[in-house]
Design a protein around this ligand. Structure first.
Ligand code: PEP
Ligand code: MN
Length: 336
């Protein structure tokens, strides 16, 4: 932490900052540059720069280390890998999770499960608790949806990932899912994160639509510090000025997150673009950019989908995409 004092700072101001730094557990080094006193505080990386900015005579506080610790790459330089059933996440193999936006009926999930099994996709997605922008939109089938998803997945030997929006539904969901999804709009629902940290299930943590990379890693830090090390981060697009796409898929977040953190990172080009024709090229690009996997929406009849049909791949498109990814993966030392 470096605190640059203003030129007008009094001796008392400087002493005040030195005392505060010491209280925060930092050793203090004073120097002078171009009329400014500069105080270097060396201490715990959890010190919040906000604790110093409002003190008298402070011009600027520059933080040198990240505020997250357990999520930092330095904590586990070799990277995190973990197994979910027979699938390794964060390993050499690129992991594809695919399925409908929402579970609609038995016929739909059965059709998707059969497709995924035929194409070699091992993890099925499908929302039962849906975070919809409008209260009038389909909200999901809840437990019935989880049941349909699990039954179809079981029949075809697939694993299941599904979103939990409320800590009150977590235990129920854990009876049906292999991976708990924390949705983008809940990335900073801290009480949900604390509850999910205690669940004995891996977590798919989606980046918030307006969350910085640092905020995303601090949300992961909630899970890690709460006791859950099995986390996969998901870049799903952020809100920008652009309206031609539903969100702006921040592909640069993939290498940046992987450099800053040891956690696996996947990309969701479905929500990241909102347009079927953009999903395939962005999925290819995400794998080329080093993503550990993909979250993809696919629907047997997207034109009839209750949710997100416009961004859902047709079964044949998923088939073609997987063939292409099998060619791209080895170029970046991965397999599919
Ligand atoms: C989803 O993946 O089902 C979803 C709702 O996405 P997001 O949370 O990224 O909006
Ligand atoms: Mn969706």
């Amino acid at each position: 932490m470096i605190v640059v004092m203003s030129e007008q700072a009094s001796a008392d101001d400087i002493q005040g900052v030195e005392t505060r730094l010491a209280e925060l557990g930092c050793s203090v080094h004073r120097s002078q540059s171009a009329g400014h006193v500069i105080l270097g505080g060396v201490g715990p990386s959890t010190v919040d720069s906000q604790d110093l900015t409002s003190l008298g005579g402070v011009r600027e506080v520059i933080r040198l280390s990240a505020p997250y610790k357990l999520a930092a790459r330095a904590f586990k330089p070799e990277g995190t890998r973990f197994d979910v059933g027979d699938v390794e996440i964060g390993g050499a193999e690129v992991v594809v999770m695919a399925g409908p936006c929402t579970v609609e009926n038995e016929e739909q999930v059965e059709s998707v499960a059969a497709l995924l099994a035929r194409l070699g996709v091992k993890i099925m997605r499908g929302g039962a608790f849906k975070p919809r922008t409008s209260p009038y939109s389909f909200q999901g089938h809840g437990e019935l949806g989880l049941k349909m998803l699990r039954t179809a997945a079981q029949r075809h030997g697939l694993l299941v990932v599904s979103e939990v929006m409320d800590a009150a539904h977590l235990d129920l969901a854990c009876d049906y899912v292999d991976i708990v999804q924390v949705g983008a709009r809940n990335m900073q629902n801290f009480s949900l994160l604390k509850a999910v940290a205690k669940a004995n299930k891996p977590v798919l943590l989606k980046r918030g639509p307006a969350a910085t990379i640092e905020e995303t890693l601090l949300s992961a830090e909630y899970l890690l510090s709460g006791g859950n090390p099995r986390i996969v981060l998901c870049e799903r697009g952020i809100r920008t000025f652009e309206t031609a796409t539903r969100n702006t898929l921040d592909l640069s977040a993939i290498p940046v997150l992987k450099a800053l953190s040891h956690l696996p990172v996947i990309a969701d080009p479905s929500h990241g673009t909102g347009r079927r024709e953009a999903v395939v090229p962005m999925a290819r690009a995400a794998i080329a950019a080093g993503a550990d996997g993909l979250l993809l929406e696919v629907h047997p009849k997207p034109e009839l989908a209750l949710c997100d049909g416009a961004q859902s791949l047709l079964p044949d498109q998923l088939d073609t995409l997987l063939t292409q990814l099998r060619a791209i993966a080895p170029i970046v030392d991965r397999r599919l």
